[in-house]
Design a protein around this ligand. Sequence first.
Ligand code: ZN
Length: 204
Amino acid sequence: MKALVIVDMLEDFVHGALASPGARALLPSLRELLDHARREGWVRVFANDAHETGDPELAIWGEHAMAGTPGAQVVSELAPAPGPLELIVPKRAYGAFDRTDLADRLRELGVDEVVFAGQHTHICIRHSAYGALIHGYRITVPHDAVCAFEGIDEEEALEYLRAVYGACVTSVGELLGHRVAELAAAATPLGADYDSGDVLEHEP
Ligand code: ZN
């Protein structure tokens, strides 16, 4: 079972205090990925900063995504539809697994692979990916569903995830394409010479 974990696609990070153009540019591909995850019955998680006064990282970034404020809301383009398979997980630090119940909830739902999307590749995605690693989840990161701050080397950030956390770095098209390949394989008569094995494999 896969879980799509959308990190910090919040008003303050897309339109507000800590907004970057990269975040707005992600919206169409994230929308597509979220629709796909809902259709396919993946678990969906919105891992959202929800800071309280005194949280350590506020000294570095200033106030942002304060719990209960409009800046801490998921952007309307990706409005959550909370339910048994769609979870909202508030966090007070970079990582989605840091002092949250995410690991337990994913385990209960039988998740074994986490697909990360959102921001930022070199901060919260990175720390969330570390959490996924130590809790034993396979990690997938579509490179066009995440972004870093302007001026940060995105390639280097992705390479870190690949090299240190064993993340499979792919694309949204590739993830959506798997579904097309699965349907094609299912429609192919037995004995037909159709090789879908390469397409469906989880890359190292
Ligand atoms: Zn924060």
